[in-house]
Design a protein around this ligand. Structure first.
Ligand code: UD1
Length: 431
């Protein structure tokens, strides 16, 4: 297994291209199951999760072709994929595949909407809390599906097709909103989703579905109305920039100091996190080419944050912000309200010399100037990148193992940081 070696202490200066958003790419790819026509997705990130989902969709009958690289194209430029689900060959998504990536459970909705049946494995355990799917199943039931659980599988049926209905989520759920939205596009009649997730990725999905002929109003607010249509057509859509990757590199610059242009990034997609970053002492400006982050010398101010559904501070940036706070000039409190058990990075950050104390859903971080490199282990996607942020400012060498967690969601991390002056390299398994 690959590892990443980082020697801390260098500022970051230069440009980092921001990739297409993983969390938008996955539901967009899944939406290809809704139509027998070709869905073309541009700016798809080159990530392990994207490749894995292509394999899962292939099992259902989706043919995918990826355009070759154009001459002179940047190494990290997004790829263009054409997904075609002309014939659905299998409405079952097996455990071996779904257990590797939670989001693949969402194939339930388009399979049910288009084929009237789906059998999808329950995703099983996950490193960040229990993460149930009860709201997703409730949403399908509200659209007239019958749901049974059999030997670890969700068996969903709607032999006469789905019917429009009212779906009121008891808690904001991104996945729940994605599946409700996809299923309702092909349901008979109109659907109202209340307490819908307002995340930009939901808006991106709704925009793509609208290009495919869906009739959707209100995406991006907590009330979404969908008027079902008989069929959807093909479309072409460009995946939005990754706001989590943007926030991650912004925090890295706030940590090391320097001046970096995050190319193609949109600050409006993560305003809450950027406001907090400014309070830590970084300078953030939106320019035409992207988002510019500057930090000169001075101390990192401690700032308290609480994770919230969009437009609040995103849970997917919590670990990275904690990484930054480990070096702040004082004490900060970081409260996680979305997921239980999303503090696995705390123990690993402690190996780098961080002072963090957990009290229920809150981490109390006492900043120190004495972070020191050490061997650490990646535990999940966001947790592992918080170790990278801390390592960039630690004295000496850090080696992060289990890098496959990083590869799930960060494209060419070592190249992007290395190009800005960080001392970082990938050690391949053999080394
Ligand atoms: C998505 C993101 C993930 C992000 C999360 C919250 C993708 C691929 N993943 O995950 O990166 O951290 O949103 O912004 O886009 N819940 C239930 N029952 C359900 C569904 C959810 O209790 O049926 C709970 C969850 O346990 C959690 C909360 O609702 O406490 C929010 O989860 P949700 O928004 O659904 O997360 P995901 O869509 O899985």
């Amino acid at each position: 297994m690959d590892r990443i070696r980082i020697v801390g202490g260098r500022p970051l200066n230069g440009r980092i291209p921001i990739s297409g958003a993983k969390n938008a790419a996955l539901p967009l790819m899944i939406a290809s199951l809704l139509t027998d026509r070709t869905l073309t997705l541009e700016n798809l990130p080159r990530l392990a999760d994207v490749n894995q989902l292509m394999r899962i969709l292939g099992n259902q009958g989706v043919d995918t072709s990826i355009d070759g690289k154009r001459k002179g194209e940047h190494e990290v430029a997004g790829q263009t994929a054409h997904l075609n689900a002309r014939v659905i060959v299998d409405t079952t998504a097996p455990y071996e595949l779904v257990s590797r990536m939670r989001a693949s459970f969402w194939v339930l909705a388009p399979l049910l909407a288009r084929m009237g049946e789906a059998k999808v494995s329950l995703p099983g355990g996950c490193a960040i809390g229990t993460r149930p799917v009860d709201f997703l199943l409730m949403a399908m039931e509200k659209l007239g599906a019958s749901i049974d659980i059999d030997a670890g599988y969700v068996v969903a049926k709607a032999p006469k097709g789905l019917q429009g209905g009212e779906i009121d989520f008891p808690k904001v759920t991104v996945g729940g909103t994605h599946v409700a939205l996809m299923a309702a596009t092909l349901a008979n009649g109109s659907t109202l989703i209340t307490n819908a997730a307002r995340e930009p990725e939901v808006v991106d999905l709704a925009e793509c579905l609208s290009k495919m002929g869906a009739r959707i109003k209100g995406a991006g607010t907590s009330e979404i109305e969908i008027e079902g249509v008989a069929r959807l057509s093909g479309a072409s859509h460009s995946v939005m920039p990754d706001r989590i990757e943007t926030g991650t590199y912004a925090m890295a610059v706030a940590m090391t100091g320097g001046d970096v242009l995050l190319e193609g990034a949109r600050g409006d997609l993560l305003q809450a996190a950027l406001d907090d970053l400014v309070k830590t002492g970084a300078e953030v400006t939106q320019e035409e080419a992207g988002l510019r982050i500057r930090k000169n010398g001075g101390p990192i101010q401690p700032v308290d944050v609480t994770t919230q559904p969009y437009p609040g501070f995103p849970t997917d940036l919590q670990a990275q912000f904690m990484g930054l706070m480990t070096r702040a000039d004082g004490v900060s409190r970081i409260r996680e309200t979305i997921f239980e058990n999303r503090f696995m990075h705390v123990q690993e950050l402690a190996r780098l010399g961080a002072h963090i104390h957990l009290e229920g859903d809150t981490a109390i971080v006492t900043g120190t100037q004495k972070l020191k490199g050490a061997p650490v282990m990646a535990t999940d996607l966001r947790a592992s990148v918080s170790l990278v942020i801390a390592a960039l400012a630690a004295q000496g060498e850090t080696v992060v193992s289990r890098v496959y967690h990083l590869d799930r969601g960060f494209e060419h991390l070592e190249k992007k940081l290395g190009a800005c002056g960080a001392e970082v390299e990938r050690l391949s398994a053999a080394e």
